[in-house]
Design a protein around this ligand. Sequence first.
Ligand SMILES: [Zn+2]
Length: 365
Amino acid sequence: MLETLRSFTLAESPSTEKAAADHCAEIIAAEWRKREVNVALVPQKSRGNHIRIEWKPAGISSKGQLLVLGHYDTVYSTGTLQKMPFRISEDKAYGPGVFDMKAGIVQALYALDVLQQMNVRLHKKIVFLWSSDEEIGSQSSSKLLEAEAHCSDAVFVLEPSLGPKGLLKTARKGVGEAELIIHGKASHAGLAPEDGVNAVHELALQITRMRTWNDPRRGVTVNTDVIEGGTRVNVVAERARALIDLRALRIADMRAIEKKLRALRPILPGAKLELKGGFNRAPMERKVSATLFVRAKKLAAEMGIQLGECTAGGGSDGNLTAALGIPTLDGLGAVGDGAHSPHEHIFINRMLERAAVLAALLANS
Ligand SMILES: [Zn+2]
Protein backbone atom coordinates (compact mmCIF):
# COMPACT_ATOMS: atom_id res chain seq x y z
CA MET A 1 0.00 0.00 0.00
CA LEU A 2 2.86 2.35 0.84
CA GLU A 3 4.59 1.73 -2.49
CA THR A 4 1.33 2.52 -4.30
CA LEU A 5 0.87 5.65 -2.21
CA ARG A 6 4.43 6.69 -3.02
CA SER A 7 3.86 6.36 -6.77
CA PHE A 8 0.55 8.29 -6.60
CA THR A 9 2.18 11.05 -4.53
CA LEU A 10 5.26 11.38 -6.73
CA ALA A 11 2.89 12.18 -9.61
CA GLU A 12 2.00 15.71 -8.49
CA SER A 13 -1.55 16.66 -9.45
CA PRO A 14 -2.61 20.25 -8.77
CA SER A 15 -6.20 20.93 -9.80
CA THR A 16 -5.11 23.80 -12.04
CA GLU A 17 -2.31 22.09 -14.04
CA LYS A 18 -3.90 19.79 -16.61
CA ALA A 19 -0.75 18.14 -17.98
CA ALA A 20 0.50 17.17 -14.53
CA ALA A 21 -2.95 16.03 -13.41
CA ASP A 22 -3.40 13.92 -16.56
CA HIS A 23 -0.08 12.22 -15.89
CA CYS A 24 -1.20 11.37 -12.35
CA ALA A 25 -4.52 10.08 -13.69
CA GLU A 26 -2.57 7.73 -15.98
CA ILE A 27 -0.52 6.38 -13.06
CA ILE A 28 -3.63 5.77 -10.97
CA ALA A 29 -5.56 4.26 -13.88
CA ALA A 30 -2.65 1.92 -14.67
CA GLU A 31 -2.76 0.55 -11.13
CA TRP A 32 -6.52 -0.15 -11.40
CA ARG A 33 -6.09 -1.73 -14.84
CA LYS A 34 -4.03 -4.48 -13.17
CA ARG A 35 -7.31 -5.65 -11.62
CA GLU A 36 -10.32 -7.16 -13.33
CA VAL A 37 -12.26 -3.95 -13.72
CA ASN A 38 -13.19 -1.55 -16.53
CA VAL A 39 -11.16 1.62 -16.36
CA ALA A 40 -12.09 4.70 -18.40
CA LEU A 41 -10.55 8.14 -18.46
CA VAL A 42 -13.21 10.81 -18.94
CA PRO A 43 -11.48 13.49 -21.06
CA GLN A 44 -11.58 17.13 -19.95
CA LYS A 45 -10.59 20.27 -21.80
CA SER A 46 -8.97 22.41 -19.14
CA ARG A 47 -8.88 20.16 -16.07
CA GLY A 48 -7.32 16.76 -15.50
CA ASN A 49 -9.19 13.80 -16.94
CA HIS A 50 -11.52 12.10 -14.47
CA ILE A 51 -11.15 8.37 -13.79
CA ARG A 52 -14.16 6.07 -13.81
CA ILE A 53 -13.75 2.45 -12.79
CA GLU A 54 -16.54 -0.08 -12.97
CA TRP A 55 -16.59 -3.51 -11.41
CA LYS A 56 -19.54 -5.72 -12.22
CA PRO A 57 -18.74 -9.26 -11.15
CA ALA A 58 -20.65 -12.06 -12.90
CA GLY A 59 -23.77 -13.27 -11.15
CA ILE A 60 -24.99 -9.99 -9.74
CA SER A 61 -28.75 -10.08 -9.67
CA SER A 62 -29.63 -6.62 -8.47
CA LYS A 63 -29.62 -3.58 -10.75
CA GLY A 64 -28.23 -1.47 -7.92
CA GLN A 65 -24.96 0.39 -7.85
CA LEU A 66 -22.59 1.58 -5.15
CA LEU A 67 -20.49 4.67 -5.77
CA VAL A 68 -17.05 5.15 -4.25
CA LEU A 69 -16.09 8.78 -4.64
CA GLY A 70 -12.94 10.81 -4.30
CA HIS A 71 -10.52 13.14 -6.02
CA TYR A 72 -6.90 12.85 -7.04
CA ASP A 73 -6.19 16.57 -7.38
CA THR A 74 -4.31 18.39 -4.64
CA VAL A 75 -3.85 22.01 -3.58
CA TYR A 76 -0.06 21.87 -4.18
CA SER A 77 1.56 23.27 -7.35
CA THR A 78 4.08 21.14 -9.18
CA GLY A 79 7.51 21.39 -7.60
CA THR A 80 6.13 21.21 -4.05
CA LEU A 81 7.76 17.76 -3.71
CA GLN A 82 11.17 19.46 -3.63
CA LYS A 83 10.48 21.14 -0.31
CA MET A 84 7.90 18.62 0.88
CA PRO A 85 9.11 15.22 -0.31
CA PHE A 86 7.28 11.95 0.11
CA ARG A 87 8.88 10.46 3.22
CA ILE A 88 8.23 7.94 5.92
CA SER A 89 9.06 8.77 9.49
CA GLU A 90 8.17 6.31 12.23
CA ASP A 91 4.49 5.46 11.79
CA LYS A 92 3.67 8.31 9.43
CA ALA A 93 3.90 8.95 5.69
CA TYR A 94 4.31 12.58 4.63
CA GLY A 95 3.82 14.27 1.27
CA PRO A 96 1.59 16.61 -0.74
CA GLY A 97 -1.91 15.17 -0.92
CA VAL A 98 -1.23 11.92 0.96
CA PHE A 99 -4.04 12.62 3.45
CA ASP A 100 -6.32 14.63 1.13
CA MET A 101 -6.73 12.18 -0.42
CA LYS A 102 -4.37 9.87 -2.28
CA ALA A 103 -4.19 7.37 0.59
CA GLY A 104 -7.97 7.12 0.30
CA ILE A 105 -7.60 6.02 -3.34
CA VAL A 106 -5.00 3.44 -2.28
CA GLN A 107 -7.31 2.10 0.43
CA ALA A 108 -10.16 1.74 -2.09
CA LEU A 109 -7.82 -0.15 -4.42
CA TYR A 110 -6.96 -2.62 -1.68
CA ALA A 111 -10.61 -2.93 -0.62
CA LEU A 112 -11.25 -4.07 -4.20
CA ASP A 113 -8.36 -6.54 -3.95
CA VAL A 114 -9.77 -8.04 -0.77
CA LEU A 115 -13.21 -8.49 -2.34
CA GLN A 116 -11.78 -10.03 -5.52
CA GLN A 117 -9.25 -12.30 -3.85
CA MET A 118 -11.75 -13.59 -1.27
CA ASN A 119 -14.40 -14.10 -3.95
CA VAL A 120 -16.93 -12.17 -1.92
CA ARG A 121 -20.40 -12.30 -3.44
CA LEU A 122 -21.51 -8.76 -4.11
CA HIS A 123 -25.10 -7.56 -4.32
CA LYS A 124 -24.41 -4.59 -6.55
CA LYS A 125 -21.93 -3.37 -9.09
CA ILE A 126 -19.42 -0.84 -7.89
CA VAL A 127 -18.31 2.37 -9.59
CA PHE A 128 -15.21 4.18 -8.38
CA LEU A 129 -14.93 7.79 -9.49
CA TRP A 130 -11.74 9.81 -8.99
CA SER A 131 -12.16 13.41 -10.07
CA SER A 132 -9.59 16.09 -10.82
CA ASP A 133 -11.06 19.35 -9.52
CA GLU A 134 -12.64 18.84 -6.11
CA GLU A 135 -10.24 21.30 -4.50
CA ILE A 136 -11.43 24.11 -6.75
CA GLY A 137 -15.18 23.50 -6.57
CA SER A 138 -15.78 20.49 -8.88
CA GLN A 139 -17.00 22.53 -11.84
CA SER A 140 -15.85 19.99 -14.44
CA SER A 141 -16.88 16.91 -12.44
CA SER A 142 -20.12 17.77 -10.63
CA LYS A 143 -22.41 16.72 -13.53
CA LEU A 144 -20.61 13.39 -13.89
CA LEU A 145 -20.62 12.56 -10.22
CA GLU A 146 -24.22 13.65 -9.77
CA ALA A 147 -25.26 11.42 -12.68
CA GLU A 148 -23.43 8.44 -11.11
CA ALA A 149 -24.94 9.22 -7.71
CA HIS A 150 -28.44 9.22 -9.26
CA CYS A 151 -27.93 5.56 -10.31
CA SER A 152 -26.47 4.61 -6.92
CA ASP A 153 -28.02 3.31 -3.72
CA ALA A 154 -25.20 4.63 -1.59
CA VAL A 155 -22.14 6.87 -1.93
CA PHE A 156 -18.94 6.26 0.02
CA VAL A 157 -16.59 9.24 0.06
CA LEU A 158 -12.89 8.60 0.65
CA GLU A 159 -12.11 12.10 1.93
CA PRO A 160 -9.85 12.23 4.99
CA SER A 161 -11.30 11.35 8.38
CA LEU A 162 -11.00 13.65 11.40
CA GLY A 163 -8.44 13.37 14.18
CA PRO A 164 -6.43 10.43 15.48
CA LYS A 165 -9.64 8.46 16.04
CA GLY A 166 -10.42 8.63 12.33
CA LEU A 167 -13.93 10.01 12.79
CA LEU A 168 -16.28 9.68 9.83
CA LYS A 169 -18.05 12.80 8.61
CA THR A 170 -21.79 12.28 8.95
CA ALA A 171 -22.69 15.92 8.42
CA ARG A 172 -21.02 18.71 6.51
CA LYS A 173 -21.83 22.37 6.43
CA GLY A 174 -23.06 23.88 3.21
CA VAL A 175 -20.61 26.47 1.95
CA GLY A 176 -20.94 29.63 -0.08
CA GLU A 177 -19.35 32.91 -0.96
CA ALA A 178 -21.24 36.10 -1.66
CA GLU A 179 -20.00 39.45 -2.89
CA LEU A 180 -21.80 42.62 -1.86
CA ILE A 181 -20.98 45.69 -3.93
CA ILE A 182 -22.15 49.13 -2.80
CA HIS A 183 -22.61 51.93 -5.31
CA GLY A 184 -22.58 55.37 -3.67
CA LYS A 185 -21.83 58.85 -4.96
CA ALA A 186 -18.49 60.65 -4.80
CA SER A 187 -18.29 64.19 -3.51
CA HIS A 188 -15.84 66.56 -1.78
CA ALA A 189 -15.77 65.50 1.86
CA GLY A 190 -15.25 69.11 2.97
CA LEU A 191 -17.02 71.33 0.45
CA ALA A 192 -20.09 69.26 -0.35
CA PRO A 193 -20.38 66.19 1.90
CA GLU A 194 -24.19 66.39 1.66
CA ASP A 195 -23.99 65.75 -2.11
CA GLY A 196 -22.24 62.42 -1.62
CA VAL A 197 -23.44 58.95 -0.70
CA ASN A 198 -20.73 57.18 1.28
CA ALA A 199 -20.42 53.58 0.03
CA VAL A 200 -18.05 52.64 2.86
CA HIS A 201 -20.57 53.82 5.46
CA GLU A 202 -23.31 51.88 3.72
CA LEU A 203 -21.14 48.76 3.60
CA ALA A 204 -20.32 49.08 7.30
CA LEU A 205 -24.04 49.21 8.10
CA GLN A 206 -24.77 46.20 5.91
CA ILE A 207 -21.94 44.19 7.49
CA THR A 208 -23.31 44.99 10.94
CA ARG A 209 -26.72 43.82 9.81
CA MET A 210 -25.38 40.55 8.30
CA ARG A 211 -23.38 39.87 11.45
CA THR A 212 -26.63 39.42 13.39
CA TRP A 213 -27.48 36.44 11.15
CA ASN A 214 -24.78 34.33 12.83
CA ASP A 215 -26.21 31.50 14.90
CA PRO A 216 -23.35 29.34 16.16
CA ARG A 217 -25.68 26.95 18.00
CA ARG A 218 -27.38 26.05 14.69
CA GLY A 219 -24.08 26.02 12.83
CA VAL A 220 -24.86 29.15 10.84
CA THR A 221 -21.90 31.46 10.20
CA VAL A 222 -21.81 34.61 8.08
CA ASN A 223 -18.31 36.06 7.99
CA THR A 224 -17.32 39.14 6.06
CA ASP A 225 -13.68 38.29 5.40
CA VAL A 226 -12.59 40.82 2.77
CA ILE A 227 -13.55 44.48 2.40
CA GLU A 228 -12.37 47.23 0.14
CA GLY A 229 -13.66 50.65 -0.83
CA GLY A 230 -13.03 54.32 -1.33
CA THR A 231 -10.18 56.14 -3.04
CA ARG A 232 -8.77 58.86 -0.75
CA VAL A 233 -9.62 60.66 2.47
CA ASN A 234 -11.14 63.84 1.10
CA VAL A 235 -13.48 62.04 -1.28
CA VAL A 236 -16.76 60.55 -0.11
CA ALA A 237 -16.40 56.89 -1.08
CA GLU A 238 -18.24 56.08 -4.28
CA ARG A 239 -17.76 52.32 -4.18
CA ALA A 240 -17.12 49.56 -1.67
CA ARG A 241 -17.32 45.80 -1.70
CA ALA A 242 -17.18 42.85 0.66
CA LEU A 243 -16.65 39.11 0.29
CA ILE A 244 -18.73 37.07 2.67
CA ASP A 245 -18.17 33.44 3.69
CA LEU A 246 -21.48 31.62 4.25
CA ARG A 247 -21.97 28.33 6.08
CA ALA A 248 -25.00 26.42 7.33
CA LEU A 249 -25.67 22.93 8.67
CA ARG A 250 -29.26 22.68 7.53
CA ILE A 251 -30.77 23.18 4.09
CA ALA A 252 -33.56 25.30 5.63
CA ASP A 253 -30.97 27.62 7.20
CA MET A 254 -29.10 27.89 3.89
CA ARG A 255 -32.34 28.93 2.16
CA ALA A 256 -33.07 31.45 4.93
CA ILE A 257 -29.65 33.07 4.57
CA GLU A 258 -30.01 33.23 0.79
CA LYS A 259 -33.41 34.85 1.21
CA LYS A 260 -32.07 37.43 3.65
CA LEU A 261 -29.21 38.25 1.29
CA ARG A 262 -31.60 38.85 -1.58
CA ALA A 263 -33.80 40.97 0.68
CA LEU A 264 -30.99 43.37 1.63
CA ARG A 265 -32.01 46.96 0.91
CA PRO A 266 -29.92 50.15 1.13
CA ILE A 267 -29.90 51.89 4.48
CA LEU A 268 -28.51 55.28 3.42
CA PRO A 269 -30.63 57.33 0.98
CA GLY A 270 -29.20 57.11 -2.53
CA ALA A 271 -27.04 53.99 -1.99
CA LYS A 272 -27.42 51.03 -4.33
CA LEU A 273 -26.61 47.39 -3.62
CA GLU A 274 -25.43 44.69 -5.99
CA LEU A 275 -25.19 41.08 -4.84
CA LYS A 276 -23.30 38.20 -6.47
CA GLY A 277 -22.80 34.57 -5.53
CA GLY A 278 -24.36 32.58 -2.72
CA PHE A 279 -24.13 28.97 -1.54
CA ASN A 280 -22.39 26.62 -3.98
CA ARG A 281 -22.52 23.41 -1.89
CA ALA A 282 -25.66 22.60 0.07
CA PRO A 283 -25.28 21.15 3.59
CA MET A 284 -24.91 17.41 3.95
CA GLU A 285 -27.49 16.78 6.66
CA ARG A 286 -26.86 13.99 9.12
CA LYS A 287 -30.05 12.13 8.22
CA VAL A 288 -28.55 11.32 4.79
CA SER A 289 -25.64 9.50 6.50
CA ALA A 290 -27.38 7.98 9.52
CA THR A 291 -28.22 4.50 8.16
CA LEU A 292 -24.86 4.03 6.47
CA PHE A 293 -23.03 5.14 9.59
CA VAL A 294 -24.85 2.59 11.76
CA ARG A 295 -23.90 -0.09 9.21
CA ALA A 296 -20.26 1.01 9.11
CA LYS A 297 -20.02 1.13 12.88
CA LYS A 298 -21.44 -2.36 13.25
CA LEU A 299 -19.23 -3.89 10.55
CA ALA A 300 -16.15 -2.19 12.02
CA ALA A 301 -17.01 -3.41 15.53
CA GLU A 302 -17.10 -6.99 14.21
CA MET A 303 -13.45 -6.49 13.21
CA GLY A 304 -12.58 -4.91 16.56
CA ILE A 305 -12.44 -1.38 15.11
CA GLN A 306 -14.23 1.51 16.82
CA LEU A 307 -15.75 4.09 14.51
CA GLY A 308 -16.93 7.54 15.60
CA GLU A 309 -18.52 10.41 13.75
CA CYS A 310 -18.26 14.18 13.52
CA THR A 311 -19.60 17.23 11.74
CA ALA A 312 -17.28 18.98 9.30
CA GLY A 313 -17.31 22.75 8.81
CA GLY A 314 -16.12 22.44 5.22
CA GLY A 315 -17.75 20.92 2.15
CA SER A 316 -16.77 18.09 -0.19
CA ASP A 317 -18.32 16.29 -3.15
CA GLY A 318 -20.32 14.39 -0.52
CA ASN A 319 -22.41 17.55 -0.17
CA LEU A 320 -23.39 17.28 -3.85
CA THR A 321 -24.53 13.65 -3.67
CA ALA A 322 -26.28 14.20 -0.31
CA ALA A 323 -28.17 17.16 -1.78
CA LEU A 324 -29.71 14.69 -4.26
CA GLY A 325 -31.00 12.66 -1.33
CA ILE A 326 -28.65 9.72 -2.01
CA PRO A 327 -27.38 8.11 1.22
CA THR A 328 -23.81 9.36 1.59
CA LEU A 329 -21.07 8.50 4.07
CA ASP A 330 -18.00 10.76 4.06
CA GLY A 331 -14.60 10.74 5.75
CA LEU A 332 -13.98 7.04 5.05
CA GLY A 333 -10.47 7.83 3.82
CA ALA A 334 -7.13 7.96 5.58
CA VAL A 335 -6.39 8.68 9.23
CA GLY A 336 -3.89 11.51 9.52
CA ASP A 337 -3.58 15.24 9.88
CA GLY A 338 -2.34 18.47 8.30
CA ALA A 339 -4.37 18.53 5.07
CA HIS A 340 -3.33 21.47 2.85
CA SER A 341 -0.24 22.16 4.98
CA PRO A 342 3.49 21.36 4.94
CA HIS A 343 3.10 18.66 7.59
CA GLU A 344 0.33 16.75 5.79
CA HIS A 345 0.63 13.08 6.77
CA ILE A 346 -1.20 9.82 7.31
CA PHE A 347 -0.85 7.08 9.91
CA ILE A 348 0.50 4.13 7.97
CA ASN A 349 -0.80 1.37 10.20
CA ARG A 350 -4.38 2.65 9.89
CA MET A 351 -4.55 2.19 6.10
CA LEU A 352 -5.28 -1.50 6.42
CA GLU A 353 -8.25 -1.19 8.79
CA ARG A 354 -9.75 1.62 6.72
CA ALA A 355 -9.52 -0.55 3.59
CA ALA A 356 -11.17 -3.36 5.53
CA VAL A 357 -14.06 -1.15 6.65
CA LEU A 358 -14.67 -0.01 3.08
CA ALA A 359 -14.54 -3.60 1.78
CA ALA A 360 -17.04 -4.67 4.43
CA LEU A 361 -19.37 -1.80 3.52
CA LEU A 362 -19.20 -2.66 -0.18
CA ALA A 363 -19.92 -6.31 0.51
CA ASN A 364 -22.86 -5.52 2.81
CA SER A 365 -24.66 -2.68 1.01
ZN1 LIG B 1 -10.32 16.35 -0.37
